[in-house]
Structures are given as structure tokens and as C-alpha cells.
Design a protein around this ligand. Structure first.
Ligand code: B4P
Length: 193
């Protein structure tokens, strides 16, 4: 199996690039942000709890997202591999993911870490907020809170995978196509190792 993590701060283009990468490599896309937004749209109890946190730019509790990923892995037994987008976002999530994959006899091959400046992140998310209807995108204070949450709790997740020599940094600025090519080149290099 080819299991990849697409990593980076909010607005770094994880969702944008994931769509293209899963189409190219035939992977199953698992985005915790998309899973949470679907719970919100269906007005489930989990969705209501998640919405109040997401609207403030905070992370949803580990147990909630780990449970969602665990059931998504269960319901896709035949997948060729998974592209994890926006997960793991804390050290506890990273350890849980390793354990879940180990139970399936597999592991993370590579973390692709996208690097984008803070001003570019804020400008992209405010632009998306004009049309997306996402309540976490149309307020600069909430966007900055999400970026602060990333530095406080998420950036260290890259250190966890660095210990296993699994992190590749990719410049996340430029056109969508240019970034897709950089990511594809890194994945192709990974596959041939
Ligand atoms: P996510 O849904 O993961 O979203 P994101 O971090 O905001 O964005 P992403 O990086 O995917 O950016 P995108 O491609 O869309 O998280 C939302 C919230 O859910 C979190 O704040 C948290 O509360 C909660 N959550 C999710 N996962 C969690 C977890 N594991 N644990 C706890 N809580 C969790 O791109 C952004 C914009 O930039 C788009 O408009 C796009 O068109 C544009 N763009 C992309 N590439 C571009 C480029 N090259 N040039 C210019 N613009 C570009």
C-alpha cells in the first residue's frame, strides 16, 4: 500500500492538491476537514460539537477525529493506499494513526509538508471566504487563530515523522500545477525507493 500524509498549515493547499493526487495515484482521499463538514451538514451531535470549535479556529478533540479515521479505514478494506489530508494534526493523532495502520500490516510511507508564508495563507483563506460559505474562512481573527493552533499543536507532528526520516518539504507557493508537479516528483521518487 502507498500511504501518504499531505501536511501543512490551514490554506496551504492540502485539499486542492489532494484532489489531483488521488486521481493520479488511485489513492483513497481521507480529509478530516471534509468528514467534519459532512457531519455539520447532516446536523449530527458530533457535527454540532465540531462546529462550535471550528468556528473559533480550534481543533476538534483527538478522540473524535481518530474515531472517524478508524471507521474510514474499516470501510475501505480494498484501498490501494490512503492520502491523509489534514490528519494527523496532533502528536496523539499521529501515534493513533501509526497503530491503526500497523493493525492493517502497513505504515506511512512519506509525509509531504507544504511550506507557505503566513501572509499568503491569510490572503488565500480570506479569498475563499468570499465564496465558500465556510464560517471559519470569512474572519481574519479566526484564520489567524487557526494558524496559531497549527504552530502550537500541529507543527510538531512533522518532528514525529522526521525521527523516521519520512518528511519531504515542498514549496507550496506558485501555481496549482507547479505545486502538483513538485509533489508528484517527490511521490515518484518515493515509489521507486
Ligand atoms: P481543513 O478542512 O483541513 O482545511 P484547511 O486547513 O483550512 O485547508 P487546506 O490546507 O485544505 O486548504 P485548501 O486546499 O482548501 O480544516 C478545517 C478545520 O477542521 C480545522 O481548522 C479544524 O478545526 C478542523 N479539523 C480538521 N481536521 C482536524 C483534525 N485532524 N484534528 C482536529 N481538528 C481538525 O486551500 C485553501 C485556499 O487556497 C482555497 O481557496 C484554494 O483555492 C486556494 N489555493 C490552493 N492552492 C493555491 C495556490 N497554489 N495558489 C493560490 N491559491 C491557492
Amino acid at each position: 500500500m502507498l500511504n501518504l500524509i499531505l501536511f501543512g498549515p490551514p490554506g496551504s493547499g492540502k485539499g486542492t492538491q489532494s484532489e489531483k493526487l488521488v486521481a493520479k495515484y488511485g489513492l483513497k482521499h481521507l480529509s478530516t476537514g471534509d468528514l467534519l463538514r459532512s457531519e455539520i451538514a447532516q446536523k449530527t451531535a458530533l457535527g454540532l460539537e465540531a462546529k462550535s470549535l471550528m468556528d473559533r479556529g480550534q481543533l476538534v478533540p483527538d478522540a473524535v477525529v481518530i474515531g472517524m479515521i478508524s471507521s474510514a479505514l474499516e470501510t475501505n478494506p480494498g484501498a490501494k493506499g490512503f492520502l491523509f489530508d489534514g490528519f494527523p494534526r496532533t502528536s496523539a493523532q499521529a501515534e493513533a494513526l501509526d497503530n491503526l495502520l500497523e493493525l492493517k500490516g502497513t505504515s506511512i510511507k512519506t509525509m509531504l509538508a507544504m511550506e507557505v508564508s503566513e501572509e499568503e495563507l491569510v490572503s488565500r483563506l480570506l479569498k475563499r471566504g468570499e465564496t465558500s460559505g465556510r464560517s471559519d474562512d470569512n474572519n481574519e481573527g479566526v484564520i489567524r487563530a487557526r494558524i496559531a493552533e497549527y504552530h502550537k499543536k500541529t507543527a510538531i507532528v512533522a518532528d514525529y515523522y522526521k525521527k523516521f526520516d519520512k518528511v519531504v518539504s515542498v514549496k507550496g507557493e506558485g501555481s496549482v500545477e507547479e505545486i502538483f508537479e513538485r509533489l508528484s516528483n517527490e511521490i515518484d521518487a518515493t515509489i521507486t525507493v
